[in-house]
Design a protein around this ligand. Structure first.
Ligand code: E4P
Length: 218
């Protein structure tokens, strides 16, 4: 399973990259706004700065919601760097745009996916990634992991190339469950990734090994 970090914060991206396990980045307009990025030039510069840190795909989301606007914006975003994946919302014109981009060999990430039917359309249109938001489903008392399982099965049934990019991940167990279910990618903030490191038996075991090692040098 690939690990993407879901942030536009350059320090967090650098920290995850330094761990050596980072495969890409996802952003969205809320995450960009959180970093205080304003104006087209500075937004584009920020995406370029992210691309310069990581080795993998970097999702950059369009703001337009009409076909012509999505295509125009997506093409501009794709010009920033070859790592840019055009992130398109799951709407009718979005699906048309994904098909347009896919026919021209451009990578896309279909975002705001909350049902298997939506994901089926995204795959039919040729999306590179589909982003089911599992945490936001959990927030409304619907098991988001069930959706991940459905998508993995449906895509396997028909050998779709579209990758299941589990998004809106809130904690480390979400990551582990997504790996068990066969999601291709998990994207999440840095904290749940770092939380995977933790186990009290590792801490106590290491403390014991270090104290015993001290005895050998006395
Ligand atoms: C995915 O691409 C989205 O940017 C993100 O995972 C949404 O997460 P949230 O529900 O925590 O905002």
């Amino acid at each position: 399973m690939k690990f993407f970090i879901d942030t536009a914060n350059l320090s967090e991206i650098k920290e995850a990259h330094a761990l050596g396990i980072l495969d890409g980045v996802t952003t969205n307009p809320s995450l960009m706004a959180k970093e205080g990025v304003k104006g087209k030039d500075s937004v584009f510069r920020h995406y370029k700065a992210i691309c310069d840190i990581v080795d993998g795909d970097v999702s950059a989301e369009v703001i337009a919601t009409d076909f012509a606007g999505i295509v125009r914006e997506g093409e501009e975003l794709a010009e920033i760097d070859s790592k840019i994946v055009i992130k398109v919302p799951m709407i009718k014109d979005g699906i048309k745009a994904i098909k347009y981009f896919s026919d021209r060999g451009k990578k896309t990430n279909c975002t705001l996916v909350f049902s298997a039917g939506q994901a089926l359309l995204a795959a039919k249109a040729g999306a590179t990634y589909v982003s089911p938001f599992l945490g936001r489903l959990d927030d409304v008392s619907t098991d988001g992991l069930v959706l991940i399982e459905q998508l993995v099965n449906i895509y396997q049934n028909y050998a779709f190339d579209t990758q299941v990019l589990a998004a809106s991940i809130r904690h480390s167990m979400h990551i582990v469950r997504c790996a068990e279910l066969g999601a291709d990618v998990a994207t999440c903030p840095l904290a749940p990734i770092l939380a995977l490191l933790n186990h009290p038996l590792t801490d106590s075991g290491l403390a014991k090994f270090l104290s015993d090692a001290k005895k050998m040098s006395e």
